[in-house]
Design a protein around this ligand. Structure first.
Ligand code: CAA
Ligand code: NAD
Length: 285
């Protein structure tokens, strides 16, 4: 099936990036948020990201306008009825995702493919909320979406070969490079990355080093582009907390358990860059 019209559910950190890369690839893109304020905030993220590319000479003003003209914002699921692909990037919560997919299944044209950008939920469980399990797949993008080349494609037992082929074609069309991952919690990257990030929080709890020195050590010692605590602030501490709880539920191993410090930071609303405060203070930015 040719994918020309895409809907992105959620216009947060990831949904805004996914919508941006779809529109930059020439696809008609509709983003859906839960209310007008969150929708406007999400569209603002897209404009800011395109402005960053323009300021570096990667795009000119006309191209930015053409890209933005391909993006439509809405709060109504009914506006997604005619799309060819839905990519869900809403809060990492099984109930919210399954309720939304079940409602979408009744609204969106039957041939459309449904995809989730979930970090840790099993795609099988999300697909089961719909009647289109042959056209359900995982498309796991990475943060920041305009920059990171990888997309993990996750087929489940019911996913058809045609859907996998359509998904691979879509991923390449938006300038990304796919890998195929099994439907285990965390797929490939997060199965390896999340224990590392949680251990960095445990290192802070144990006083292995200061927050700054732990980050500096991994950047200078291992060549990482950003240290683990900076990355946690970038990913979002709330999202990381949801992911850790889901992965611990599946694997029942301490290395996936959310450290007490992470829980307390999320309870305090210290969610990282997105809330202005995480391991670092962003209030002056
Ligand atoms: N959005 C869009 N573009 C961005 C950006 C953002 N938030 N941040 C940086 N960029 C762009 C810049 O415009 C610049 O573009 P050009 O190359 O065209 O000039 C490029 O990225 C490099 O940016 P900078 O030079 O400003 O800074 P940098 O060299 O430190 O790169 C970074 C920034 C790409 C984020 C880099 O620090 C990095 O790769 N960090 C690691 C990110 C990572 O590990 N992501 C995976 C998270 S885990 C995940 O996503 C899965 C999950 O389920 C949680
Ligand atoms: P976020 O909190 O930045 O954005 C989530 C957005 O979903 C919010 O704007 C919220 O208003 C919206 N939302 C909640 N319920 C909704 C609904 N019913 N309909 C429409 N929108 C709704 O979170 P995020 O970091 O963008 O993560 C979104 C998804 O992407 C999660 O499943 C997460 O696991 C996954 N993911 C996150 C990252 C990352 O680095 N943050 C990377 C890869 C995948």
């Amino acid at each position: 099936m040719t994918i020309d019209r895409v809907a992105v559910l959620g216009c947060g950190l990831m949904g805004s990036g996914i919508a941006e890369v779809c529109a930059r690839a020439g696809l008609e893109t509709t983003v859906r948020e839960v209310d007008d304020d969150l929708l406007e905030a999400g569209l603002g993220r897209i404009r800011k990201s395109l402005g960053r590319a323009a300021s570096k000479g990667k795009l000119d003003e006309t191209q930015v306008d053409e890209i933005l003209a391909r993006i439509t914002g809405t709060t109504r699921l009914a506006d997604l009825a005619d799309v060819d692909l839905v990519v869900e990037a809403i809060v990492e919560n099984l109930e919210v995702k399954t309720e939304t997919f079940a409602e979408l299944d009744r609204v969106v044209q039957p041939q459309a493919i449904f995809a989730s950008n979930t970090s840790s939920l099993t795609i099988t469980e999300l697909a089961a909320a719909t009647g289109r399990t042959d056209r359900f797949i995982g498309l796991h993008f990475f943060n920041p979406v305009p920059v990171m080349k990888l997309v993990e494609i996750v087929r489940v037992l019911s996913t058809s070969d045609e859907t996998v082929a359509d998904a691979q074609e879509f991923v390449r069309a938006v300038g990304k490079d796919p890998v195929l991952a099994r439907d285990n919690s965390g797929f490939i990257v997060n199965r390896l990355l999340v224990p590392y990030l949680l251990d960095a929080i445990r290192a802070v709890e144990e006083g292995v080093g200061s927050i700054e020195d732990i980050d500096k050590a991994m950047q200078l010692g291992c060549g990482h582009p950003m240290g683990p605590l900076t990355l946690l602030d970038f990913v979002g501490l709330d999202t990381t907390y949801f992911i850790a709880n889901i992965m611990f539920e599946e694997y029942r191993e301490k290395r996936f358990a959310p450290p007490p410090l992470l829980k307390r930071m999320v309870l305090a609303g210290h969610n990282g860059r997105k809330s202005g405060r995480g391991f670092y203070d962003y209030s002056d930015r």
